[in-house]
Design a protein around this ligand. Structure first.
Ligand code: ITT
Ligand code: NA
Length: 186
């Protein structure tokens, strides 16, 4: 089985391919404009984007949206993680947290997929905290400053194999993979 993921982020595509491989699901990039509505919740953002893509590109088209919610900053940057990464960057985020003891943070990933003209949404979270300085060369985006619970290394230090077992994206896409597998049995 194959799904088409509408994304401009090659790191995402690589991670999703690795996560879905054990389910026998192949992933191809769909070169389509991903329309992003403004909403605090990544689930709503992904669902709306999928609804717009379904009518145009049909079944097995998926979109995913990920947000980073930092507790001490009232959930900032949330679904605006991409904009914040491009503007103030990791250094800017670390500056906002300078001297702040509560470094709790949460990644939330939502994947929405078109099946039979309907949209199904699966979500996954990874809880952890923000490091004091960037560490590691793996991954992308905020990976050098995010330490998942139960670990002492950042996602960037842990590397793709570990990240793809425990990440927000691993949880969301494993739920999708399990659902697709079950659906195909009947
Ligand atoms: P598409 O919308 O084209 O899929 P994007 O990179 O814009 O790609 P998102 O809006 O979902 O994707 O992600 C927002 C930002 O959050 C993204 O630019 C990264 O900087 C960051 N991000 C997303 N997933 C991440 C992950 O697993 N680890 C670290 N940072 C991540
Ligand atoms: Na985006």
């Amino acid at each position: 089985m194959k799904i088409r993921l509408a994304t401009n982020n090659p790191h995402k595509l690589a991670e999703v391919s690795q996560i879905l491989a054990p389910f026998g699901v192949e992933v191809e990039r769909l070169d389509a404009e991903k329309v992003e509505i403004q909403h605090d919740d990544v689930e709503a953002v992904a669902r709306r984007a999928a609804e717009l893509l379904c009518s145009r590109y049909g079944d097995y088209v998926a979109v995913e949206d990920t947000g980073l919610y930092i507790e001490a900053l009232g959930g900032f940057p949330g679904p605006y993680a991409e904009y914040v990464y491009r503007t103030i960057g990791l250094g800017g985020v670390l500056k906002l947290l300078k001297g702040v003891a509560n470094r709790r943070a949460l990644f939330k990933c939502a994947v929405a997929i078109c099946i039979g003209g309907r949209v199904e949404v699966f979500t996954g979270e990874a809880r952890g905290y923000i490091a004091n300085e960037p560490r590691g060369r793996g991954g992308f985006g905020y990976d050098p400053i995010f330490i998942p619970d139960g670990m002492s290394q950042t996602f960037a230090e842990l590397g793709e194999e570990v990240k793809n077992k425990i990440s927000h994206r691993a949880r969301a896409f494993s739920a999708l993979g399990a659902w697709l597998t079950k659906k195909n049995l009947f």
